[in-house]
Ligand binder design. Structure first.
Ligand SMILES: NC(=O)c1ccc[n+]([C@@H]2O[C@H](COP(=O)([O-])OP(=O)(O)OC[C@H]3O[C@@H](n4cnc5c(N)ncnc54)[C@H](O)[C@@H]3O)[C@@H](O)[C@H]2O)c1
Ligand SMILES: [Mg+2]
Length: 657
């Protein structure tokens, strides 16, 4: 799911994060042992421990006495008739009298088996007969949630691979020691056991954290959990670069030291399964895009076999009457929103509700998708009332202008609710997605763990989600493209051809990039090539409501009967809201405040056209349009529908003064 490219790009960032996390983790453990006289109740996990468990992207299991109810090598020794002697050596290794390497060497010497012995041993003791209670179910559930499961064994690969196979764990996710064989010159087959490969990390003390360090080097997991019964498993969190969490398992063997120092100690794997997070999802908004997005979310919630999401998805509907009845009632009865997304069936587990607080009560994942002018009001009602630990994502396009500068909607959510807010942006015209046409989107994030959860919320076979570490970039793209869509609509409405439209779109993209990076220097230029950038710009300039209304606006001027945007929004959009006009005003206010108007001639000209200060034909003469001195010569009366349109510019160009 996580693309290789994405992994590479993230690698450096994650490595930095990881080294910080590991250091932090190491310090945490030192502190824990220094304060060991403080009573610990690691049988009940703390919120911090639960958070890591919920968000773990990789879980590593010890094998002997964790995945299986016995130690495979001891069992093989017993099978070979040297059980007692080998058991004594195992004990010595466990209490530290013998090094891990020495103990393994000694045990192998005593066992002295041949390949055929291993085969017959495995046939007599198949893995499925030795699994610890609940392990198969736990591993399956983790895999269903896209958590990568590893086996890290201090035993041997030859005995571990059949166990991995039974659990559906690929062999590259198995770390264990390798037996070394003497090969028979005549049969060209391994004949006698001569030792083991000491180059494997698990052949040495502190081998488990080393194996995890290797795993982390190859992947960008933000959190890794180790589960096991032994001291060597506990080491996974005691050494820098290892796991983020250690869960001790005492269902087969209870070891006092492990029990004492584990972050969480369980006697039954069912406890871990029960504690897996089941996220409640709330959609705030019920327009065309909100319904199309909620449809995908509810489909995922219904299909999620791993139980990661509560199947009931609540959707807040700004209540209104439709055909004499409450819209919420109609949606819940017909499983369709006939006003905003007619003809599209919504899953039955998507429940429309008129009470905002009832929708968000208990919700872990909040999805904001209402027209941006209403978000502040919504957030005011929610402030201080969202569930602790809840996180958000915004699908909203638009921004807020304040005296001290612009504020993105995600920033508003973060500030007013005090929670992390990612964004989902892309070439996503609601109707196409509702028809399950192939579409793409990005999740721009600050917190990767949360982005992974939201990826699972939205990803559908027809809706490809990619994660990018550039929330502001994605959100600025989504916001600004609506202004360019108006320009594209004017071009279309006036009957200009593809060359002119392409020229306007190119200029639009260039102004989008320049303006975004000027306001937020951390924005990455590659974001503009993602679905939220160029692709969304294309989609919106060819389809979408902003273009549609702008086409009519320009045609009405051309026909000599100009209409206002308000009138066109009301007559063409059936209650849907036009974002482009408002965004253009918001952006223009920033340009004016900063004295940047002339640096963005297309944005400026579009804003002047919207306010009837320029004829729409200035869209193809945007440089000239932006150069006209409006502040000196602005006519305060804005043209109303039915007024006679002026010929040419209503304002004298600057250079005539
Ligand atoms: N429609 C699309 O294709 C599309 C695609 C991508 C992104 N978006 C963005 O998603 C956001 C939501 O778009 P949409 O299409 O779901 O809705 P919309 O813009 O069509 O708005 C209609 C919604 O606004 C609600 N509403 C009306 N008055 C309200 C009030 N006073 N308070 C709160 N809500 C009120 C209506 O009940 C309805 O649910 C916008 O920012 C839009 O730019 C839309
Ligand atoms: Mg063990």
């Amino acid at each position: 799911m996580k693309s290789l490219k994405f992994e590479c790009r993230l690698k450096s960032r994650v490595n930095v994060l990881r080294s910080i996390q590991s250091k932090h983790r190491f310090q945490h453990h030192c502190l824990a042992s220094e304060n060991s006289n403080v009573a610990r109740t690691n049988l009940t996990p703390s919120q911090h421990v639960l958070d890591i468990w919920h968000k773990a992207e990789a879980v590593c299991f010890d094998v002997d006495c964790t995945v299986t109810v016995n130690d495979s090598l001891d069992l093989l020794a017993e099978y070979m008739g040297v059980g007692k002697e080998v058991e004594n050596l195992t004990k010595k290794a466990m209490d530290g009298t013998l090094s891990l390497g020495q103990a393994l060497e000694e045990r192998l010497k005593l066992i002295n088996c041949k390949p055929k012995d291993i085969k017959s041993f495995l046939a007599a003791n198949p893995p499925q007969s030795r699994f610890a209670k609940g392990i198969v179910s736990l591993v399956t559930r983790l895999q269903e949630r896209d958590v990568t499961v590893y086996l890290i064994s201090g035993g041997f690969r030859e005995l571990t691979l059949p166990i991995a196979e039974q659990l559906g764990i690929p062999r590259q996710q198995v770390f264990a020691n390798r037996m070394l064989w003497q090969w028979d010159d005549e049969t060209l087959e391994p004949s006698r056991l001569v030792g083991f490969d000491i180059s494997e990390p698990t052949a040495r003390n502190q081998g488990k954290p080393q194996a995890i360090a290797k795993i982390r080097e190859a992947h960008t997991y933000s959190s890794v959990v180790m589960i096991g019964d032994g001291i060597t498993d506990l080491e996974a969190v005691q050494v820098s670069g290892g796991a983020d969490l250690f869960i001790g398992y005492g269902g087969v063997q209870r070891r006092a030291a492990v029990e004492k120092d584990a972050d969480w100690y369980v006697m039954d794997f069912a406890e871990l399964e029960a504690a897996m997070k089941c996220y409640q999802v709330a959609m705030i908004g019920s327009g065309a895009w909100a319904c199309a997005a909620a449809r995908m979310v509810a489909q995922n919630a219904l299909e999620n076999t791993s139980g990661m999401f509560d199947t009931k998805v609540k959707m807040w509907v700004y209540e209104e009457n439709y055909e004499g009845r409450k819209l919420t009632e109609i949606i819940n009865e017909r499983h369709e929103n006939p006003k905003y997304l007619p003809g599209v069936s919504l899953p039955e587990n998507l429940v429309a509700m008129p009470d905002l607080l009832e929708v968000t009560e208990g919700a872990d994942l909040l999805i904001f998708c209402s027209p941006h002018q209403f978000v502040r009001g919504v957030l005011k009602q929610l402030a201080g009332k969202v569930k602790k630990g809840a996180v958000a994502i915004s699908l909203i396009k638009g921004m807020r202008v304040r005296v001290d500068g612009p504020q993105l909607i995600s920033q508003m959510v973060e500030r007013m609710l005090g929670i992390d807010c990612s964004v989902l942006m892309g070439a996503n015209i609601a109707e196409g997605i509702a028809k399950e046409e192939l579409s793409e989107a990005v999740i721009g994030y600050d917190n990767l763990d949360n982005a992974y959860v939201f990826e699972k919320v939205f990803q559908r076979p027809y809706f490809e989600v990619k994660l990018i570490p550039d929330g502001p970039g994605a959100e600025m793209c989504g916001t600004l493209k609506n202004i360019v869509a108006l320009a594209a609509g004017f071009v279309d409405g006036l009957g200009y051809g593809p060359n002119s439209k392409a020229a306007v779109m190119r200029q639009g993209l260039s102004e989008m990039m320049n303006f975004s990076t000027r306001l937020y220097p951390s924005i990455r230029s590659e974001t503009f090539l993602e679905s939220c950038g160029m692709a969304d710009l294309i989609a919106t300039c060819y389809g979408g409501r902003n273009r549609k209304v702008a086409v009519e606006y320009a045609s009405s001027w051309q026909a000599g009967a100009p209409q206002t945007f308000d009138a066109l929004e009301a007559s063409l959009l059936n209650g849907q809201k036009l974002q482009g006009v408002m965004t253009s005003d918001e952006v223009q206010e920033i340009l004016r405040m900063k004295g940047w108007e002339q640096d963005y001639p297309l944005f400026t000209t579009i804003n002047r056209i919207i306010h009837s200060q320029l004829d729409p034909s200035y869209v193809v003469k945007y440089k000239e349009g932006a150069g006209i001195n409006i502040s000196l010569h602005a006519d305060p009366t804005v043209l109303k529908s039915g007024d006679t349109p002026p010929k040419g510019p209503r304002l004298a160009p600057l250079n005539t003064f």
